[in-house]
Design a binder for this molecule. Structure first.
Ligand code: AMP
Length: 301
């Protein structure tokens, strides 16, 4: 694995690979790698000749009161894990490399950024969309791997690539969880020893909502309430939102229909730590397909 800090050098590596008819798999990250990140690297490794991982804690996607300065970092550990996952190129630019001058240009994806996390983090997805567009422009034609853990981000990135005709295929990968169901996240490192087990209630809430659908519930408010009730049993967690929306465009719905993919998405705080989680599901006649580790058969989308 080589580590590259310069945009020009990364572009050269990727252009050179494509000239040799090698495909490029790309995994954008903010580092502090866990098994969720590694699963994306492995998905890219299994399908592509050149695997590129970017590690950049993008300041423009953090709000003024958010955890940019505290965001966990471990450059050496990350390099070791990426190399062990078979990554070819680790792109780890400094902030000055990505933002050498004040940005007069930004990418704003409308509609799908209004609800869920966009409601409480009004500038977050603008920062994400702009940095992902820059990274796609640097890496060039490739397949990019994103986790469904950040489901709204996945929808935003798919939409910006489609709307701007960016030649990047966006692949969404299943959420990797801890044994008790907690979705892996770099931010789990902030949790205290009391908060850590309490946080698994989010998984149980998703599970409870899906069981509700399996037992025949089709009313969205009642499915949502099943999740809310479960989170409320955990005094250390305070719920920010629980929503069931359409999976492709995050549109609000009132009644669940056959053949449509939905996502039930949650955000909650344990003390100062904000956690998100979700599960996708689809009703096919008497069958419910869902993507919730340990509780069914994951599906690729
Ligand atoms: P981050 O470093 O948090 O920006 O995440 C980088 C990528 O890893 C994003 O596409 C995330 O959705 C994905 N990711 C984070 N946590 C998980 C997880 N538990 N399972 C699968 N993918 C994840």
């Amino acid at each position: 694995m080589i580590t590259i800090e310069r945009i020009g050098a990364l572009r050269e590596q990727c252009d050179d690979a494509r000239r040799r008819e090698c495909s490029v798999g790309f995994v954008p990250t903010m580092g502090f790698f866990h098994d969720g990140h590694v699963s994306l690297m492995e998905a890219a490794r299994s399908a592509h000749d050149l695997v590129v991982v970017s590690l950049f804690v993008n300041p423009t996607q953090f709000g003024p009161t958010e955890d940019l300065d505290a965001y966990p970092r471990d450059a050496e550990g990350d390099a070791r894990r990426a190399a062990a996952a078979g990554v070819d190129v680790l792109f780890a630019p400094l902030i000055e490399e990505m933002y050498p001058r004040p940005m007069l240009t930004s990418v704003r994806v409308e509609g799908v950024t209004d609800g869920l996390c966009g409601a409480s983090r009004p500038h977050h997805f603008g920062g994400v969309a702009t940095v992902v567009t820059k990274l796609f422009s640097i890496v060039g034609p490739c397949t990019a791997y994103f986790g469904k853990k950040d489901y709204q981000q996945l929808v935003v990135v798919r939409r910006l690539a489609a709307d701007l005709d960016i030649p990047v295929e966006v692949v969404g990968c299943s959420i990797v969880r801890e044994p008790d169901g907690l979705a892996m996240s770099s931010r789990n490192a902030y949790l205290s020893s009391d908060e850590r087990p309490a946080a698994a209630v989010l998984y149980r809430a998703l599970e409870g909502a899906i069981k509700n659908v399996m037992s025949g519930e089709r009313n969205v408010a009642r499915v949502r309430d099943a999740a809310v009730e479960i989170v409320s049993t955990e005094p250390l967690m305070s719920l920010e939102y629980a929503e069931v929306v359409r999976g492709d465009d995050l549109a609000s719905v009132t009644q669940l229909e056959n053949g449509v993919e939905y996502v039930i998405a949650l955000a909650a705080r344990a003390g100062a730590t904000r956690l998100i989680d979700n599960a996708t599901f689809q009703i096919d006649g008497h069958d419910i397909h869902f993507d919730l580790y340990g509780f069914g058969t994951p599906r690729e989308t």
